[in-house]
Design a protein around this ligand. Structure first.
Ligand code: FNR
Length: 184
């Protein structure tokens, strides 16, 4: 039975996102104690602190979903060696108004897929810095740098390469252990 709800945020808005595919695989491979729920942020406007005095409903709902999750998993591409701008915007919404940071203290993990060989490593370094500033409790190891190949993950989230499936399974088990430690 699931003990913890993990909200996962996909860093890409693309319909054919390879990171959405990766997220699908992670949902499938997650241990049974984790209930995986997508946290969508695609309808958020561009953040400005002008909104702080009267947060729009879409942002309140987004933050409520984060509050409702025990932990957050970021599954993100690397755009121009950094965090996709749209994802960074969502993080800014979650972190404000000042003193009402929805990420505060939450366990988190970061993983990502790219078509390049370094598998989003640079973007993840940037993202971890941002999430650390937001006072998230980040899993440091294992790190998940996935180079996506055609057919590595099928449309139903099945990972076709044994070593990758084993690694992703270990990654999700390690995240579950991390959540237990943080919540203890
Ligand atoms: C990319 N891509 C890319 N790949 C990479 O490994 N490092 C990078 O810095 C970039 N930069 C980059 C910028 C922009 C604007 C785009 C659209 C793409 C290629 C990227 O890995 C590929 O498009 C993936 O499919 C992106 O993941 P999603 O959006 O499909 O999940």
């Amino acid at each position: 039975m699931a003990k913890f709800t993990v909200g996962y945020m996909i860093g890409s808005l693309a319909e054919e996102s390879i990171n959405r595919k990766l997220a699908g695989a992670l949902v499938k491979l997650a241990p049974s104690e984790l209930a995986m729920v997508e946290i969508s942020w695609k309808d958020l406007p561009l953040y400005s602190y002008d909104y702080d005095k009267d947060y729009p409903k879409v942002a309140v709902d987004f933050k409520d979903t984060i509050h409702g999750a025990d932990a957050i998993l970021f599954v993100s591409p690397e755009y121009n060696r950094s965090i996709p701008g749209a994802l960074k915007n969502a993080i800014d919404w979650a972190s404000r108004p000042y003193g009402k940071n929805a990420f505060d203290g939450k366990p988190a993990a970061v993983i990502g897929a790219s078509v390049g060989t370094i598998g989003t490593a640079v973007a993840q370094q940037h993202l971890k810095g941002v999430l650390g500033y937001c006072n998230m409790n980040l899993m440091q190891s294992p790190e998940g740098y996935i180079t996506m190949k055609p057919d590595l993950i099928s449309d139903d989230g099945t990972v076709t390469v044994d070593s990758t499936r084993e690694f992703l399974t270990k990654f999700m088990k390690a995240f579950a252990d991390h959540i237990v430690r943080v919540k203890a």
